[in-house]
Every structure is written in C-alpha cells, then in structure tokens.
Design a protein around this ligand. Structure first.
Ligand SMILES: Nc1nc2c(c(=O)[nH]1)N[C@H]1C(S)=C(S)[C@@H](COP(=O)(O)OP(=O)(O)OC[C@H]3O[C@@H](n4cnc5c(=O)[nH]c(N)nc54)[C@H](O)[C@@H]3O)O[C@H]1N2
Ligand SMILES: Nc1nc2c(c(=O)[nH]1)N[C@H]1C(S)=C(S)[C@@H](COP(=O)(O)OP(=O)(O)OC[C@H]3O[C@@H](n4cnc5c(=O)[nH]c(N)nc54)[C@H](O)[C@@H]3O)O[C@H]1N2
Ligand SMILES: [Mo]
Length: 680
C-alpha cells in the first residue's frame, strides 16, 4: 500500500509531519513521521480525525447555489462559473474591480495560496484586508525590540531551568511542546504559568499567577523593577547589546510590586516570588502565547514582557529566550508579504488594501468610490471568526453577490450565493512552512479530490478562461493545473534554497542556516543594531510611548459600566477555530459550546451548572449552557471560539471590532459582558 509523507497545514504551532497510508485510492491510516524532531509523536486527535473529515457526509462535493426557497441546490461547474463570471463582469463594468472584496483567512498554509491575489490582479484589481486576526501585536512588539521574530529550536526548551508559559496554553494549543517541558522538569527545571484560567498547562506549574485580564504589562514592569533593584541584571549583556536600558530603569522605578499587585489583582508575594525565580534559576525561557496580545494594550504589554528576557541576558543562549514566533521558514517572497500587516502608505492603484480585518464589518460598510458589491472568500470564515459578528453579517448581507470556497457549510458559506467545494490537504501538493520549528514540509497529494472538488488554482484557471484572460496571462499567475505542473511550480519556488521537492517527499527539511539557538551572533536588525527597549520606531509608527508601558485596555478598567464580567474566548484542544469540532470522533469526546464561570459569580447570579444562560452586552447576545470552573479567576468568564450558528452562535457576536495598539491585530479578549438566566 502506498505510504506518503505529508504534513498538517492548519494554523497551529505544531505543523506535524505525518505518514499517510492509502488503499485503493482511499486514506486508511495516519501515522507519525518522526523525522520532524518537533513532532515525532505524530498528529494529535485532530490530525487523526482527517480520516473522518475527508469522507464526512457534511463535506461539500459539488458547486452549490442558494435556493430562493431556502437551503442550497447542486449546480454544475459550468453553471457556477458562468454565473460568477457574469456577476463579476457586471460589477466591474458598473463600479470597477475594487467593488470586489477578496477575503482570505488562515484555514490552510501553503505557497499556492498566493495564487488568489495573482488572479485578482489579473482581473484588474480588488479590495482586500490588512492586519491579521491572530498574532500581529506580538510579532510587531518583538520585531521592534529584536529586529525579527526568531527563537531557539523547540527541543532547546529541554535545557531551560525556568519555563514561563505566559498567556499560552500549550497543553491544548501546542501539544508537542509539552514533551520538551516535561524533559526540562525531569532535569530539575521549574514551570510558571501566568493565565487568568487554571489551564491544563497550569497543572505543570510550580507557580500559577492569575492576573486580571489585560494587566500583564503592569506585572512585567514591576518584575523589571525588582530584577533591577535586586541586581539580577546581566550588565555585560545589556552594555553590549541593549539600547535604552537607562530610560527603561527610570520607567520601571514607579512600578512597585504593590502598585502592580493592585492593578493585576494578585498577591504581592507572587510578584516577589516570580522575580526571585527569574533571578535565581537560569537559563529562563519565556514562552508568551497569543492570550495577552488580544487587547488594545497588547503590543506595549508584549514589549514589557520581552524586556525581562533582555535585561537578564536570557537571549542567544541554550535553554534561554523568548519563544513567541519563529519565522525562519518565511523564505519565499509572495506578491505581498503575508507579514506585511500595514496598509500601504502609497495606494498601488490596483489592489485597494482598505479594510482592517479587525473592523471588517464596519470598514466594509464604510467603503466608498467604489462601495463593495461582491465578495470572494477562501480559507476563512469571517462571519464566525472576525470580531463584531453582527456587524460583519450585516455588511456581508448588504452585498449584491457572495462566493465562498469551502469544505463544509460554515456560518459564512451559509450566507453565500454560490459555494464552491474546497480541496482537503490530501488532494493537492503544496509546500508549507511553520511558526514554531524551522522545517519546510511537502503537503503531498495522496488521493484524488472526491466528487467534483477542484483546488483553488483550477477554479481560478477555469474562471479566468470564462473572463477571457489569455492562457499566457493566466499562467503567469497560476501553475499549470496538472500534478506535474504544480510540482514544477513548487520546485521553482524552492530553487533559491537549494532544496528540491524530491527531498521534501522523503521528509521535512530545515531551512538551511537556521541555528538551534537564535540570536547567538548578537546581531539584531533593528534601526540601531541593538535590542531596542527604547524604540523611536514604535512611537512613530504606532503613536505609543517609545518605552514599554502599561495603559489600561479598552474594557479593562475595574469600574467599567454595566457589564461586570470579562469574557475570554480562547482556543481549545480538539478544534482549530471553526474546524474539526463538528466531527463525530471529536464530538464523542464531549466538545461543547458552553460558558465557563467561577462558582462565586454563578452564585451571585443565582445560576447553576447545566442551566442555559444569556451572555450579553451592547453588541449582541449568546445563549449557552453554564459550566462551573473552580480554577478560574472570579470576574472572568470564558467560552471557546470556533463554534457557529449550528451550536448556538459564535462568541464574536459579543466582541468589538477593535484593533490592538500595534500590528493591526484584533483585540478579541477586550470584551465585557453580563450573564443572566436565559428565558425558557
Ligand atoms: N488545539 C488548538 N490548537 C491551536 C489552535 C486551536 O484553535 N486549537 N489555534 C492555533 C492558533 S491560530 C493560535 S493563534 C494559537 C493560539 O494559542 P495560544 O497562544 O495558547 O493562545 P490562546 O488560546 O488565544 O490563549 C492562551 C491563553 O491566554 C489566556 N489569556 C487570555 N487573556 C489573558 C491575559 O490578559 N493575560 C494572560 N496572562 N493570559 C491571558 C487564555 O486564558 C488562554 O489560556 O493556537 C494554535 N493552536
Ligand atoms: N473571539 C475570538 N475570535 C477569534 C480568535 C479568538 O481567540 N477569539 N482567534 C482568532 C485567530 S488566532 C485566528 S487564526 C482566526 C481563524 O479564523 P479563520 O482564518 O477564519 O480560520 P478557520 O476557522 O480555522 O478556517 C476557516 C475555514 O477555512 C476552511 N479551509 C481549510 N482548508 C481550506 C482550503 O484548502 N481551501 C479553502 N478554500 N478553505 C479551506 C475551513 O474549512 C474553515 O471553515 O480566528 C480568530 N478569531
Ligand atoms: Mo491564530
């Protein structure tokens, strides 16, 4: 039976290598591919559930058209493409190409994803988004400080003696990291977790700090103060590499542990204890997650946290560092760098990069000259995953025509005029990178697409012909759609690295020249060439204080209005956003959309477990069953993101469309609500 080496392309830290067995053209087994040293144990439950997902009866296998009487009707590819081409020509003639919105999400990784924008340029242009829902505040904070986003190899964590998971729940979102943590702990290391929730990761912690959401900046500044006054600074490292240490020292003086404890709502002792660990247990690896960078003060918070690794000299050494994002695999140059989150200063005249993805609904409604009329969505589910869901839905419904390329009926696809069936990861080859390890991997074609499924490249090719584009023009932006054509296209992308597709077919290949220890050479590509605790660029670009600072997050203040509870909407183990949780094998494990609350808050509202509750604020409401969580910080509630109308509605019906202070991210967790019994 043929066995293929491939890799999971989901937007996830682990990006696991897998061995896939195919029998009679059907996937029959998924096994570990141990050559990826970051994921030798193989895929998680989600990865294993592809055996169900690919053949799920819920999968869309044919083009579908909205039925005016409700639901969708199967149509032929010819009818679907003719309909779309006609609508596109009308919109272009009446309003110009920029009346078309091209929206792409993070549903899958791959170099071929770049073809979409190539097609829309050929069309004459379009409108698209800037910013990103995921991680840009942290990326930008790190880039401003260190000059780039790189970190030590995943397995280097075994050498750390103090590991701090700060706003990261690796036990659920980066499972493979836990094995390296266990090895560090077995060798005598200690783990600290900082999270308002007592997560699965916290079960490994010697110290759990549960700050009030959005206040980590104050905690970090107080820790800086204690480290300096306690003489825990690595002065030689600071003298050699750091810009702005004096100014930073002055800044943190005002941050007494007492003041920070009051803001964070934590015992002062915990701040002293953590400072003592940071001073006495080298090497330290800080592992910040994406939790605290989903607030309006996120970038400044992340800068304040990163300063702690910098002043203690915990960079450029084994077992030390700041493990936020490792962009070593960003070695390809697509048309527009996916990490270029900023709207361009000079419009390019063809593509209007005019919508902040964090404010999708409001910005879509606000566009003029031309207004938006048509939308094309691929790899994304904006009606479920973008903030201010009601506003996004209203803006979406106000369009004349909507096309969604999808595997299944998401909240967004349910509101489309035409839904085109999307490939799965096993049905077209592509090369994928990662953001935790530095392997390039081949996401290899193992089976033929089922039903009438076509990969996006083929959809664009067929649509382009309908629109009258020449073969020559089309194939400047798209590969030939045969397997050989795709492979030749991918091989050309790999040329400059001296890596071939044949090598990748056998297993993951690390990007040449990536060391296990980042920043060992002490070269920091910032404007000054030094680590910038003081960043003039931060101040100029984002209008923030040039030093790390604590500013209250938008909905953070203790006294905030009518809505007393802070709603967090993190990720959960057996789902990736709006993917996986609908599968039977996953449901069997009890994945459910619920509101989690501390018993004290439930008691104060006379609510009990299992009861249906209404979670509400000025933006929207959601009715979910209540679950009690004794490990949660009182005053904080949470519900997992990723669920949609089929399970009662997305948590984003409650979130504001609001950007982070830097990087044009989305401040999802900056979100106040109240909860009451739902009326029967
Ligand atoms: N199983 C699974 N894995 C995934 C994903 C998934 O959906 N499911 N998604 C992938 C993607 S796209 C991403 S972005 C990553 C995200 O993975 P993580 O980096 O782990 O991020 P989150 O789950 O957003 O939040 C992490 C933790 O931050 C905490 N938190 C929230 N607010 C604060 C705060 O103010 N301070 C502190 N200290 N903590 C806070 C939350 O309680 C949560 O436990 O995971 C990736 N991996
Ligand atoms: N409230 C709240 N909201 C959040 C977050 C949060 O923490 N809280 N987290 C945010 C984060 S970190 C992220 S990354 C985003 C993720 O949000 P999105 O980028 O929208 O991601 P997904 O739901 O993972 O995937 C969207 C769709 O892509 C489809 N898809 C997968 N592969 C392919 C393919 O090859 N082709 C096509 N055409 N489609 C495909 C899947 O079927 C899925 O329905 O959500 C964000 N939303
Ligand atoms: Mo994300």
């Amino acid at each position: 039976m043929p066995v293929f080496t491939t890799a999971c392309p989901r937007n996830c830290y682990s990006t696991c290598a897998m061995k896939v067995t195919v029998e009679d053209g059907r996937l029959v087994a998924i096994d570990p591919q141990p050559d990826n040293l970051a994921t030798p144990e193989g895929a998680c439950l989600k990865g294993l559930s592809y055996l169900e997902r690919v053949y799920s009866p819920e999968r869309i296998l044919h083009p579908m058209k909205r039925n005016p009487a409700g639901g969708f009707l199967r149509i032929s590819w010819d009818e679907a493409l003719d309909l779309i081409a006609t609508r596109l020509q009308v919109v272009k003639a009446e309003h110009g190409p920029q009346a078309v919105l091209f929206y792409s999400g993070s549903g899958t990784k791959g170099l071929l994803n770049g073809c979409g924008m190539g097609f829309w340029r050929l069309f004459g242009g379009c409108t698209t988004t800037y910013g990103d829902l995921c991680w840009p505040a942290g990326l930008e904070a790190t880039r401003l400080t260190l000059g780039d986003n790189l970190h030590n190899a995943p397995w280097d964590l075994t050498k750390a003696r103090l590991v701090i998971f700060w706003g990261k729940n690796a036990a659920e979102t980066n499972l493979h990291q836990m094995r390296f943590l266990d090895q560090a702990l077995e060798a005598g290391g200690k783990c600290v977790v900082i999270d308002p929730r007592r997560t699965q990761t916290a079960e490994k912690a010697a110290l759990l700090i549960q700050p009030r959401p959005g206040t980590d900046g104050a905690l970090a500044l107080a820790l800086g103060n204690l480290l300096i006054s306690g003489k825990a600074v690595d002065q030689a490292y600071v003298d050699a590499h750091v810009l702005g240490f004096e100014a930073y020292s002055e800044r943190v003086k005002a941050w007494t542990p007492e003041r920070a404890a009051a803001i964070c709502g934590i015992p002062e002792d915990q701040i002293h204890e953590l400072a003592r660990l940071m001073a006495e247990v080298p090497p330290m690896t800080l592992v910040p997650g994406f939790g605290m960078q989903r607030y309006t003060n996120a970038g400044q918070t992340m800068r304040a946290m990163l300063a702690l690794a910098v002043i203690t000299g915990n960079l450029g050494k084994p077992g030390a560092g700041w493990q936020y994002a490792n962009l070593a695999t960003q070695v390809f140059s697509p048309e527009r760098d996916p990490l270029d989150f900023y709207p361009p200063e000079v419009p390019d005249g063809v593509v209007r990069i005019g919508i902040s993805t964090a404010r999708l609904g409001r910005d879509m409604e606000g566009l003029k000259d031309p207004p938006l009329k048509f939308a094309w969505v691929e790899r994304g589910n904006p009606l479920g995953q973008n903030p201010d869901g009601n506003r996004v839905r209203a803006a979406w419904k106000a369009l004349d025509f909507r096309v969604v390329v999808e595997e299944r009926f998401t909240d967004t696809a349910l509101e489309a005029d035409v839904v085109l069936p999307a490939k799965s990861l096993f049905e077209q080859s592509d090369v994928i990178g990662a953001y935790w390890h530095s392997y390039l991997q081949l996401r290899q074609k193992c089976i033929e697409p089922p039903g009438e499924v076509k990969p996006e490249t083929e959809i664009y090719e067929a649509l382009g012909r309908r629109l009258g584009f020449s073969e020559e023009a089309l194939h400047e932006v798209l590969p030939e759609s045969t397997d050989a054509g795709i492979e030749a296209w991918l091989n050309r992308r790999l040329d400059h690295l001296g890596i071939t597709l044949e090598q990748l077919r056998n297993g993951p290949v690390a990007v040449p020249g990536t060391p296990d220890v980042a920043w060992e050479d002490g070269h920091f590509p910032t404007p000054s060439g030094r680590i910038e605790l003081f960043s003039a660029e931060a101040a100029r670009r984002w209008a923030v204080d040039p030093l790390p600072d604590y500013v209250e997050s938008a909905e953070g203040p203790w006294t905030s209005g009518n809505y007393p509870l802070l709603l967090l909407t993190p990720n959960t183990k057996n789902s990736i956003h709006s993917q996986f949780h609908m599968l039977k094998v996953i449901r069997a494990l009890g994945v459910e959309h619920a509101l989690f609350m501390h018993p004290e808050d439930a008691e104060a509202r006379n609510l009990g477990p299992g009861q249906w509750v209404r979670i509400h604020n000025d933006r929207g409401e959601l009715v979910l069953p209540l679950r009690l969580d004794f490990g949660l910080r009182p005053g904080v509630v949470y519900a997992f993101n990723g669920f949609g109308v089929a399970d009662g509605g997305s948590v984003n019906l409650l979130s504001e469309g609001r950007e982070t202070d830097m990087g044009h991210g989305a401040a999802f967790h900056d979100n106040r609500v109240d909860v009451e019994a739902a009326r029967p």
